[in-house]
Design a protein around this ligand. Structure first.
Ligand SMILES: Nc1nc2c(c(=O)[nH]1)N(C=O)[C@@H](CNc1ccc(C(=O)N[C@@H](CCC(=O)O)C(=O)O)cc1)CN2
Ligand SMILES: Nc1ncnc2c1ncn2[C@@H]1O[C@H](COP(=O)(O)OP(=O)(O)OP(=O)(O)O)[C@@H](O)[C@H]1O
Length: 197
């Protein structure tokens, strides 16, 4: 990810590169990183934490959610809305209550929907990302779900990435909500990003 010239890649090119690199991570390496992320997550445990269930090649696993619950956090997970707009939220209790959602079968809690404003109750939001740069610019999958959901709030926003996905510079846009840190298998890296207004 530090190849000279990377800084000129478009968002689409970055996405393709990261997804390709993730596809070559072995199951053993993925499992080791997921356990390391679960340990690192304890350091960000807070009263209410918004997290998500990793799918496909995303780093992490439900171990991370279980570690947060064990540490005493109230954990909220996103529920993908039927119409384009901010994410809905529901409480995570344990794996047995997760059901496949409408997008790529990403697991979601089957319990009551709390509404789009529930994210404002969070002290910490763990945000899925393909990469994040040292200024806090995050690269997502391009649906804008999180940028629409994090427009206000006092929460710390931590992008969850593999260590090599914390990069020097990503292409940013005005609507990109800055991350306050990167949660990696090596631990939490705080980033000097401005607060969301
Ligand atoms: N685990 C997880 N949960 C999440 C997200 C996420 O990125 N990861 N989201 C983050 O917003 C929201 C769901 N948004 C998503 C948006 C796109 C794709 C997706 O798989 N997109 C395809 C490309 C689709 C296309 O070609 O247009 C892909 O990336 O392969 C998945 C989830 C809420 N929950
Ligand atoms: N606050 C917002 N209000 C309305 N549209 C938005 C907002 N934020 C992003 N979008 C739109 O969402 C689309 C995807 O944005 P972007 O490429 O930044 O997604 P992303 O951050 O990579 O994806 P995601 O947040 O789903 O992981 C863009 O077309 C953008 O215009």
């Amino acid at each position: 990810m530090r190849v000279p010239g990377n800084e000129h890649l478009s968002k689409a090119e970055w996405r393709a590169r990261v997804l390709q690199a993730r596809a070559s991570v072995s199951p053993a390496e993925h499992a080791a990183e997921a356990e390391a992320l679960a340990s690192a997550a304890v350091s960000v445990a807070a009263e209410t934490v918004c997290a998500y269930v990793p799918f496909d090649t995303e780093p992490g696993s439900v171990s991370l959610l279980n570690a947060l619950v064990k540490a005493g956090s109230r954990v909220l997970l996103p529920v993908i809305p039927d119409v384009v707009g901010p994410l809905d939220w529901a409480v995570y209790t344990d794996e047995s209550t997760l059901v496949p959602g409408r997008l790529r079968g990403i697991l979601e809690p089957s319990g009551p929907r709390l509404g789009v404003d529930a994210v404002s109750e969070a002290d910490v939001v763990l945000v899925p990302a393909l990469a994040v740069d040292r200024r806090g610019v995050r690269l997502g999958r391009g649906a804008g779900h999180y940028d629409r959901s994090l427009t206000s709030g006092r929460a710390d926003r931590f992008a969850v990435v593999r260590a090599e996905e914390l990069v020097d510079s990503l292409p940013g846009e005005a609507h990109d909500v800055p991350m306050s840190g990167a949660l990696t298998p090596a631990g939490l890296v705080r980033l000097p990003s401005p607060a969301v207004m």
